[in-house]
Design a protein around this ligand. Structure first.
Ligand code: SF4
Ligand code: SF4
Length: 447
């Protein structure tokens, strides 16, 4: 008897060498899994629970691509799996050949910031406003390029203000860029979507302005004041919570959509449940995202931390759901085809303070291999670097070998940003994220 679910139970099989051998079909994303004497087949979007005695026969049929020995019901399941897996594979591969047509413009205005968070990966840019600020002409030209694509594709023009530094640091310049992009969308008669990722250390008036102008606001906050103060301090080491909390409440009161993002470190890993309760009960924020700390010279977490991290995350996720909220983990997304965060795979054009566009949020200043375009002053237009883009797409699809037989192959960020195709020396950093992703995915599937 088969039990079909959209997504259901499974457990991974791990080999001695820490690679996974979930894969059942040689070419298609069909995986055979077991968990505590329960047997499953998984393909993205479908879990099929089967009886123990049917498992081996079906797995053989899938492996040999030959259902002739199966009974009627098993043969039906076989065809269903093949059908769904073939479509998913097609979707997955189309990302590799799809033309890069940026539909979203992400602007990193400068690396200036009014905070001194301990884990900031742009710490070398700490301090007052002495760093480059993105040129107005670059923003205008890149916005035109993106808006024209959006018009052609019949999509809204999306603009994101993001770090490096704090996007609101140069307030007047920032609001000017906001209006520039919005006017452009208006002149082209396309809908306008705007998102800002802020540290929330802003006055109530500025918070209200953001609420009145942005479609969605993301605030980085680690939790209640004692947790926030562990890592997120002012430049002089002072408390940030009072202002950040006030800003979040002002935004939430005006019914603007707000989400919060917390960095999970070894210091607050065991407080994940408390953090979620605080956000939902005290701040009325229901959309929460946790991200393990990355970017330091030494890795924050080792693979051996994955059990505790995942256990605490899963508990917090259940609490969020019980309180009417939602806790997400960016690295693994069962409901979509998901991989490394490279912008060229996500149709995002990311321009940095130096006026060059890059493929990666993690290196806001241009690194040669990751450059995707630059401003052509003579012709006043933004020009994409087609060769680099082609190379990045090719390399970004080269997942670590261990991913090729893993049931999360289509759902996982594969160690990014700790591990990157651009720096294979950091292979060992995949371990922690990998183990956490699998545990979180299994729990989600089981719930
Ligand atoms: S860290 Fe590497 S894989 Fe991840 S987004 Fe950046 S360039 Fe892409
Ligand atoms: S990094 Fe992700 S896709 Fe790769 S083996 Fe680990 S869980 Fe699977």
């Amino acid at each position: 008897m088969f039990n079909l679910h959209g997504l259901l139970d499974c457990q991974y099989m791990i080999q001695q060498d820490h690679t996974y051998n979930d894969r059942a079909h040689p070419d298609l994303p069909i995986y055979a899994l077991n968990w505590e004497q329960r047997y499953f087949f998984y393909t993205p979007g479908l879990i099929a629970l089967v009886e123990n005695e049917e498992f081996n026969g079906l797995r053989d049929a899938v492996l040999k691509n030959d259902p002739s020995g199966l009974k009627e019901e098993a043969a039906g399941l076989y065809l269903h799996l093949i059908d769904i897996a073939s479509k998913q594979k097609e979707r997955y591969l189309s990302r590799r050949t799809k033309e890069y047509l940026p539909e979203c413009l992400t602007i990193s205005i400068s690396n200036d910031c009014n905070l001194a968070c301990d884990y900031c990966y742009t710490r070398s840019h700490k301090g007052s406003s002495v760093h480059p600020v993105v040129d107005l002409n670059v923003v205008e030209a890149s916005a035109k390029l993106v808006a024209e694509n959006c018009k052609q594709l019949g999509k809204p023009f999306s603009v994101v203000f993001h770090g490096g530094g704090e996007p609101t640091f140069h307030w007047n310049y920032f609001t000017g860029l906001y209006f520039l992009t919005r006017r452009l969308a208006g002149s082209m008669k396309i809908p306008f979507f705007s998102y800002i990722s802020t540290n929330g250390f802003i006055s109530r008036e500025k918070a209200k302005w953001l609420s009145d102008h942005f479609s969605l606001i993301g605030v980085s906050i680690d939790g209640p004041p004692k947790i926030q103060h562990q890592n997120r301090k002012t430049l002089s080491g002072g408390q940030t919570s009072p202002l950040v909390i006030d800003a979040i409440k002002s935004i939430a009161n005006r019914k603007t959509q707000v989400e919060v993002r917390s960095t999970i470190t070894s210091g607050n890993m065991f407080s994940q449940n408390e953090i979620v309760e605080y956000f939902i009960k005290e701040l009325s924020v229901r959309k929460i995202r946790f991200e393990p700390k990355y970017g330091g010279s030494d890795p924050e977490f080792k693979e051996t931390d994955s059990d505790e991290f995942a256990k605490n995350f899963i508990l917090a996720q259940k609490t969020a759901s019980r309180l009417g909220g939602e806790l997400q983990f960016s690295g693994v997304r069962l409901d979509e085809i998901h991989g490394v965060y490279c912008d060229v795979l996500r149709n995002n054009l990311r321009i940095g303070p130096d006026g060059i566009s890059v493929n990666c949020f993690f290196s806001p200043l241009a690194v040669k291999d990751n450059i995707t375009g630059k401003f052509d002053e003579v012709h006043n237009r933004f020009v994409l670097d087609e060769n680099n883009i082609k190379n990045i797409v090719k390399k970004a699809f080269l997942a670590p070998l261990k991913c090729r037989n893993c049931f999360l192959e289509y759902h996982c960020s594969k160690g990014c940003p700790d591990f990157c195709w651009n720096d294979s020396t950091k292979m060992e950093l995949v371990g922690f994220r990998c183990a956490v992703h699998r545990k979180i995915a299994l729990s989600t599937i089981l719930s």
